[in-house]
Each structure stands twice: as C-alpha cells, then as structure tokens.
Design a protein around this ligand. Structure first.
Ligand code: PMP
Length: 397
C-alpha cells in the first residue's frame, strides 16, 4: 500500500541534533542547530518570560480557540517591533499581520499566499540560505532559484553580482532577504548596500520577502529592522516573516508572525482575509500559550525593557565568544586570518571548513557543526571554547 511512499532521509540540521544526543563523548559540543545556550550551556528561560508565565498560571484560565490570526496583542507586538511603534504605515492600517507557528509557519502561510495569488512569480533565495527557505516554498509548488550572495574564498558578500542578478529578474519575482544575522553566513549588508538593493527592487518591481529570525542579535532592535523600515519608506510592497523562537527563547512554543505591507487599506483587508483563510485550511488557529507570553511581554513597558536587555545580554555573550575564538585561533595559527569571525553577526559563523574537517571534528572530538561549515557560536562558552579552538587548530593544520 505505502511502497510508493518515498523514504525521508531526515532534516540535516535536526538529524545532527539527534546524532549529537546519542554521542557518548563526555566532551561533546553542539554547534549545529541554531539555539542559544547560556554560559553554562543551558537553554535559558528569560526572566521576562517567567513573569509572563506566572501571570498566565494565576489563575489558570479556560483555553478557547484563538482567532485564526492569533491574539490581537501578539499581532500588534509583531507590528511594533518590525515597523516601529507608531509607524505611519501602522496608523494608516496598511499592514496585514497574523500570528504564526514560528518563523517557519509564517514562511509557509506566505508561500501558500504567493502560490495562489502570484502564480507567475519565481522566488529567489540567497546562495547559500537556511535550507527550509527552499523546502517550504517548493512544498507549496513555488519555483525556487538562487541569487549570488556569499563568496567562500574571500568570506565576503558578492554584492555587485547580487545586484547584477536582481537586475535580470522579472516584475513581481520574489526575493527572500535576511534583514539581519544572515543564516548561515552571518554576513549582513551595510545600510548603504540595503539602500542600493531596495532601489533595484523598486526599479524592477520585484517583491521583497524579508525573513527576520534574529532581531536584536545583530546590532539592536531598530538597526536590525533597517531594511524593513526602509522598504516601507520607499513604498514597496513587502512580506515580512518574524520569529520569536530565538529572541524570546521560546523555540517549542512556535511563535512568530507574518506581515504583508499593502498599498491601500482596502488591499490590506483583502490580504488579511486570505491569510486567515489559509490558516483555516491548514490548522484553524494558532495555539494560545506562546501567543499569550508574547502579548504579555511585548505590551507591558517594564517587561518589554527587561526583554530587550535580556536579548542584548545574549547578543553580547555571542560577540564575546567570537572575539575569544578569533584570538585563540590567531595566536595558534598566525599565518591565517580569522577576521571573518568578528565580521559576522548573529548566532552563526560560516567557518569555511571542508566536509572532511567537519567530519574529523565530529568523530575525533565530538564537535558538531553543519556540513556546509556553519557553526552556531551560541553553543560556545568559557568551558568549551578552548577545547573547540584547539580542535579547530588540529583539523586546520
Ligand atoms: N528563518 C530563519 C533564517 C531561521 O534561521 C529560522 C530558524 N532556524 C527560521 C526562519 C524559523 O524559525 P522558527 O524556528 O521560529 O520556525
């Protein structure tokens, strides 16, 4: 009966996590999946989240279905964070936002929408990108291509090639962009480069789809949203998917949002209706718990401030690990440059290690990173960083 069902080899990143868990090596280090671990190597529960959880638990309340679009306070939280509180585009009512099941859910609903309403559009992702950017859209029968982004040899962005490529695209083609903390390379565009990219997008009448999963981990909450806000200032149509998995450390709650910036209020209402309809056809409405946490933390001034400083604490710890890793590697391999480590932003460092070197790190040292050479810097801490740096030195020699 099911013999024709194709075997699923598993997801490379999630599969690596399983392999790590099964490894008996007492010194093992998980630098694979994009999860922030604290200085003790523990997945943190943010203090602002603890307070929100206490409020939710007292008194324990009934659990009705949420609206298809999620809690209004979750939706407005996404809007304020992405576009800026009191942004004109919000007062104008030109952003259709729904709460989603993490950033992945936002991409899925966005991809369904594009498949149905922009069937002629091709969708382009950076080379390389997070693998699910491709899988989710292909899963919705959207044709996927790649645009030049990263040059491994020089550890830098192929900016001119990228611009040249965008200039060849057709009207209403979709370009997936990472406003900050590019996954997997960690290499972000400068503000001037964003201005240029958005200018070409406007000229060619392309549609930007910005996926922001690490807001606050790059520079700060506002700078990380620069590209989004600039696109709005330029009157572009825009899709934005955002995730609270990392910056609220709520991975398993599946909280995020999808926002579509529209030219008019009337179009916003149409789009919002269709987004609701897509949700209804897939899962009816999002779960309530994570949405309530988002609503409470983001809409209470004191908790919001506490949240921002907790995110910056995570950001600063990652930056400190970058500096330390770079200095150990440079002291032991002075003939090589490890400058790229501190030029990259967010959780990841694209190390440029070969598949063989990555394999050696895994089998000899129990150090796990993704086979494309992406290392999750947030898995490093004072206890394991020397071990990792020394192992890297050994495989690089
Ligand atoms: N976009 C990017 C760039 C990501 O790195 C991730 C998570 N790895 C997501 C989206 C998905 O986020 P979530 O886990 O909230 O579904």
């Amino acid at each position: 009966m099911f013999r024709s069902v194709e075997y699923y080899a598993g997801d490379p990143i999630l599969g690596l996590m399983d392999k790590f868990s099964a490894d008996p090596n007492p010194n093992k280090v998980n630098l694979g999946i994009g999860i922030y671990y604290d200085e003790e190597g523990v997945l943190p529960v943010l203090d602002c989240v603890k307070t929100a959880e206490e409020r939710i638990a007292d008194p324990i309340s009934a659990r009705p279905y949420l609206p298809m679009a999620g809690l209004p306070g979750h939706r407005s939280a996404c809007q304020n964070l992405l576009f800026g509180k009191n942004a004109q585009v919000l007062t104008d009512g030109r952003v259709a936002t729904i709460a989603t099941l993490g950033g992945s859910g936002a991409l899925k609903v966005g991809a369904e929408f594009i498949h149905q309403w922009f069937p002629q559009s091709k969708y382009y992702v950076s080379d390389p990108t997070w693998s699910n950017h491709i899988a989710i859209f292909e899963g919705c029968d959207v044709e996927v291509g790649t645009y030049p982004y990263y040059d491994k040899a020089s550890s830098s962005i192929k900016f001119d090639e990228m611009i040249g490529f965008f200039e060849t695209l057709n009207k209403q083609d979709i370009v997936l962009l990472h406003p900050c903390c590019h996954n997997p390379t960690g290499m972000d565009l400068t503000k001037a480069q964003w201005d240029k990219v958005l200018e070409v997008i406007k000229q060619r009448e392309l549609i930007p789809f910005m996926d922001i999963a690490y807001q606050g981990f790059g520079e700060d909450m506002d700078s990380d949203a620069y590209a989004i806000r600039k696109a709005v200032d330029m009157d572009l149509i825009l899709f934005v998917s955002n995730s609270y998995s990392k910056n609220l450390s709520l991975y398993g709650e599946r909280v995020g949002g999808l926002s579509v910036v529209c030219p008019t209020v009337e179009e916003t209402e149409r789009v919002f209706g269709q987004l609701n309809f897509i949700v209804r056809r897939i899962y009816t409405s999002p779960p309530s718990h994570g949405g309530r946490v988002v609503d409470i933390v983001m809409n209470d001034d004191a908790l919001y401030q506490q949240w921002v400083s907790e995110v910056y604490g995570m950001r600063d710890r990652i930056k400190a690990m970058r500096l330390k890793l770079k200095s150990v590697l440079e002291s032991k391999l002075p003939e090589r440059s490890f400058d790229y480590i501190t030029r990259q932003n967010g959780m990841f460092s694209f190390t440029g290690l070969t598949v063989e070197q990555i394999e050696q790190l895994q089998t000899e040292f129990g150090i796990y990173m993704v086979s494309n050479s992406r290392m999750c810097v947030a898995g490093l801490n004072v206890n394991n960083i020397d071990y990792v740096a020394n192992a890297m030195v050994k495989v690089l020699k």
